[in-house]
Design a protein around this ligand. Structure first.
Ligand code: SF4
Length: 299
C-alpha cells in the first residue's frame, strides 16, 4: 500500500513525485503522517457528534488552495507534527477509549496509504467504532476504491459546480469532474444510510456544501445535482459557517459574511426539491472563534 507514494497519484494533481524519497508535490506531504490536533469534536452533524463527540483527527496539508480556508494554518502553512503509522493507530484506540462515536479523518486524502495501515493495525487491536472520511471532495476514484472495507461513512464536500470559481478560489479548475466521480464511488460503497438505536450514523454518505457569498445560483445547481442523482440515499449538509478569512481579503466579492436571506432561500429551495434528509446550521456558526486551535493537542 505504501508503494503508492513512490509516484504519488493519490489525488487529481497526479504529481508523480517519489514521496518515499522526500520529493514533495502540490500538497507538500512527505512519507510521514502529519497531524495538528486530535479532539472529541461536538460540532459536526448531530448523527456524527452524538452526545459524546466525534474522535476528530486534523491532518496537516491539503491538495486544494482555498483562498478562504478557515484551517489555513494546517492546510497551507504546514503546522503539524510528524507521527508514525503505529502512533496514529494508538490515537484511534485512545479516541475509542474516550467514548468517541467514530473516528473522523479530516482532510486525509494525501495520507490514505498510511491511514489504511493504521486502520489495519488498530482493528487487530480491537478498534470497532465507525471510521469516517471527511474530505474536500477533490479525489481520484482509484484512491477512494482503495478505501473500500476500511471506511464506513463518507463526508465529502461538494464545493463548486462551476470550473471558473473552482479555479479562482481553490486552484482546481477540474474540481467538479473529479468530486462528482469520487462521490459516485463513495455512494456505491455506502449506498444506504444506517443508524444505531440512538440515531448515530454507522454507515452512509453525507455531502456537505459550504455556501459562499454571491453564489446562490451555483449552490442551487449543486443541490439540484445531488437530489436528482441520489435522492434521499445520501444526506445533505448545508453549511452557512463561511467566514471571510485568510486570503479572502484579496477577493472583494467574497470578503464579507454570507447573506442570511440567501442561505434561507437555499433551504427553501431544497425543501421544494423534496429533500428529506438534510442538515442545516443555526445562525451564529460563522465566527472565527469556532476555528479549532491547532496546538498539537492529542497528537
Ligand atoms: S497527494 Fe499530494 S503529492 Fe500526491 S498527487 Fe495529490 S497533491 Fe500531489
Amino acid at each position: 500500500m505504501l508503494n503508492m507514494l513512490n509516484s504519488c497519484k493519490l489525488c487529481p494533481r497526479n504529481c508523480n513525485v517519489n514521496r518515499l524519497k522526500d520529493e514533495l508535490g502540490f500538497c507538500k506531504s512527505g512519507s510521514n503522517l502529519s497531524i495538528a490536533r486530535v479532539s472529541l469534536h461536538k460540532w459536526e452533524e448531530p448523527c456524527i457528534s452524538g452526545t459524546k463527540g466525534s474522535g476528530t483527527i486534523f491532518f496537516s496539508n491539503c491538495n486544494l488552495k482555498c483562498v478562504f480556508c478557515q484551517n489555513h494554518e494546517i492546510s497551507q502553512e504546514q503546522i503539524g507534527k510528524e507521527i508514525s503509522i503505529k502512533r496514529l493507530s494508538e490515537i484511534f484506540m485512545e479516541q475509542q477509549n474516550y467514548g468517541a462515536h467514530n473516528i473522523n479523518l479530516v482532510t486525509p486524502t494525501h495520507f490514505v496509504p498510511q491511514i489504511i495501515e493504521s486502520i489495519k493495525l488498530s482493528r487487530r487491536n480491537g478498534l470497532s467504532i465507525p471510521i469516517l472520511y471527511n474530505s474536500n471532495g477533490y479525489e481520484n476514484v482509484e484512491t477512494i476504491k482503495s478505501l473500500e472495507g476500511y471506511i464506513d461513512i463518507y463526508l465529502p464536500d461538494l464545493k463548486y459546480i462551476n470550473n471558473k470559481f473552482a479555479e479562482k478560489y481553490s486552484m482546481a479548475q477540474d474540481y467538479f469532474k473529479f468530486a462528482s466521480c469520487a462521490i459516485d464511488e463513495m455512494v456505491s460503497q455506502a449506498p444506504n444510510p444506517v443508524f444505531n438505536e440512538n440515531g448515530i450514523m454507522l454507515k452512509g454518505v453525507i455531502i456537505r456544501h459550504l455556501m459562499l457569498p454571491g453564489l446562490l445560483f451555483d449552490s442551487k445547481k449543486i443541490v439540484d445535482y445531488i437530489y436528482k442523482k441520489y435522492g434521499d440515499n445520501v444526506y445533505l449538509s448545508l453549511m452557512n459557517q463561511y467566514t471571510p478569512m485568510f486570503n479572502a481579503a484579496k477577493y472583494p466579492e467574497i470578503n464579507k459574511p454570507l447573506n442570511k436571506k440567501h442561505y434561507e432561500s437555499l433551504i427553501d429551495y431544497c425543501r421544494n426539491l423534496g429533500f428529506k434528509n438534510a442538515f442545516i446550521q443555526e445562525e451564529g456558526t460563522a465566527k472565527e472563534s469556532f476555528v479549532p486551535h491547532f496546538d498539537l493537542s492529542g497528537v
